[in-house]
Design a protein around this ligand. Sequence first.
Ligand SMILES: [Ca+2]
Ligand SMILES: [Ca+2]
Length: 349
Amino acid sequence: MTTRPWIIASSAILVLGATVFWFTRDEPTGSQALPAKLQCELPPSSADAPKPGMVWIPEGVFDMGDSVYPEEKPVRNVRVKGFWMDRTEVTNAEFAAFVKATGYVTVAERPVNPQLMANLPEDMRKPGAVVFKVPAQLTHGDDPRQWWQYIPGANWKQPAGPNSSIDKFGQFPVVHITYEDAQAYARWKGHRLPTEAEWEWAARAGAKALPGQHDQHDQPTSANTWQGIFPMANASEDGFAGLAPVGCYAPNAYGLFDMVGNVWELTADVFVADRPAVSNSQGLDPDEAQRPPIFKTLQPNLQPKTRVIKGGSFLCAPNYCMRYRAGSRQPQEDDLAVSHLGFRTIYQP
Ligand SMILES: [Ca+2]
Ligand SMILES: [Ca+2]
């Protein structure tokens, strides 16, 4: 039984600062159109990969962090050891195989415990998830409740609610996955979630120093983001208004697809807004990638409430959420299922 400690989703969503859009049988725009593609062709998997679809991320040292939003600072020098990483976001087909093999039930499918959240609105006491919909109009400023809706019955199998389906979307990234769900999948695979440092190093793909000053022109041209004024005008110049199948855009230099854009990706790290610099006297922290995912300062029985998510989503636009970068980060409630969030795993022999 989940507790949903995110209080009336709106506050959580406000923190998210970005949002989701999803194809449904009854598309948010009223259209019945399917996405431009249902699958994109991936190159052959590397012959030396221990498991199909993973690529090697070599060890290295880099300047982690960025300077666009306060939570990305301070930039600091970090060392990461090598690991294998899923070259794509985990897909619906992959997650379905896990559920079929284990009978796993995701957090968004489980009953909510109303005793722990007495102030929850009635419909939020039903299992469900938060789904992005393009608002018909904006009448309440930038209140994100205008484009996010809690939909009872929404979950990974029916991402927009009971009238939606993933029947044709096996190669799309799975969404409405919480930290617990992602951990369960990773354990089943014999993998784990990346730390923030591992994820960011992999996304940089060997670029050790930060790029220069950021501005709106940094929006990537080969990634699934939002072109236009969020949340009303989406020009879809990248080919997709909503989610894209995995692997439709050029991979980075390590062979990783969609690290930036498409879905945000969960990491193992607890989100700390005022994280300390981790440099030692040599200017780097050799243990950054080896730190346990849960900070040692937490009380044994205190469950962390938020994790770091990385890379931005198809909802990130220049006017809202310029987080289509390796160094961007946001907090994500542990038991909040949302339609712009997925994950990928790593394997360290
Ligand atoms: Ca797009
Ligand atoms: Ca992504």
